[in-house]
Design a protein around this ligand. Structure first.
Ligand code: 8YV
Length: 314
């Protein structure tokens, strides 16, 4: 008999269709009567599929007494109540590695777009402005320092890319690593030392708003904030204030506190480049993420091998 699974996020057809072929899928995300769905099927559901940013409340999990596994379609699992899962013995899997290159590309793009003003000058050409005057000069990137908050798989891929451009790398994180980059023990000192502060650490309670007013003040007028990780890591009102006051140079953001809602002041500033959370948004990568998300379920309900378990549960 096909295992019952509950789906709590919008899934692309290239993931949902294969899931429907092998599982009895209950679409909680689209269900008009969510309590009704839980009352009717909660007791038989054994798997849950969610997106990287999906918040899964423990009350929902409480309504699924036979749940065995949460398979996240994404690398981030900040919306999963990990301590609760650990205590209940629930498996939690995600989709690391397959999206590393794409997300790192977006960080590099945001450095180029903010640093060299490519978005601004693109508008300059489209609007016919170039017919009237020359574009403003920008700042050379080679030789500048990039500070990476969270030197995990994605952070390292960003480091590789900026080194290739002749930029220097420093990083902070829980511990120094065996890498050829400068380790700076605390975030504020890292911000003070760099031209670009790139947020590449996991979201969740441990990192909520750690890029705060103080860190932004340390980044200062020389510095640009890049975020490809989670909006929750940056104190967004403090960021807006710093940008409006010219206390930092600019920001390049792919992620936000309340996606897809963007605070209006961010959209109004020329010093800010905004992307709609496209870090992993290529056909190839989303397919690979979908394949891995399903493979994790298949592994659990099949021969129980090669699960991509999240670090805390390994
Ligand atoms: C996706 C992400 O947008 O992997 C993550 O954690 O944030 C993105 O790659 C998302 O997970 C799609 O569900």
């Amino acid at each position: 008999m096909q295992p019952d699974i509950i789906v709590t996020a919008p899934l692309p057809p290239f993931l949902y269709d294969p899931l429907k072929a092998d599982y009895r899928c209950h679409d909680y995300y689209q269900a008009p009567d969510k309590p009704g769905l839980l009352a009717a099927n909660g007791a038989t559901i054994r798997g849950l599929v969610q997106g990287g940013g999906t918040v899964t409340p423990t009350t929902l999990l409480d309504a699924l007494p036979r749940l065995e596994i949460i398979s996240v379609f994404g690398v981030g699992y900040d919306g999963v109540p990990v301590a609760y899962c650990k205590q209940r013995g629930l498996k939690v899997t995600n989709t690391p590695d397959v999206l590393t290159d794409d997300v790192a590309d977006v960080a590099l793009a945001l450095i180029l777009m903010t640093g060299r003003g490519f978005v601004r000058v693109n508008r300059f050409v489209h609007s016919g402005e170039w017919e009237k005057r020359n574009p403003e000069l920008t700042t050379k990137l080679a030789g500048r320092k990039v500070g990476i908050l969270g030197l995990g798989r994605i952070g390292k891929a960003i480091a590789q890319r900026v080194v290739a451009m002749g930029m220097k790398v420093a990083y902070t994180g829980r511990n120094p690593q065996q890498v050829p980059y400068e380790y700076i023990g605390d975030l504020k000192s890292l911000a003070a030392a760099v031209d670009f502060l790139v947020v590449a650490c996991p979201g969740g309670p441990a990192t909520r708003n750690i890029v705060n007013a103080e860190v932004l003040a340390a980044l200062g007028r020389k510095g640009t904030l890049i975020n490809i990780a989670r909006g929750s890591i940056v104190d967004e009102p403090a960021l807006i204030e710093a940008l409006q006051a010219g206390a930092i140079k600019g920001a390049g953001l792919d992620v936000f506190a309340d996606e897809p809602h963007i605070p209006a002041p961010l959209g109004a500033m020329d010093s800010v480049v905004l992307l709609p959370h496209v870090g992993s948004a290529t056909r190839e990568t989303r397919q690979a993420m979908g394949d891995l998300c399903k493979a994790n379920l298949d592994a659990w309900f099949g021969e129980k091998k090669t699960l991509t378990l999240i670090a805390e549960l390994e």
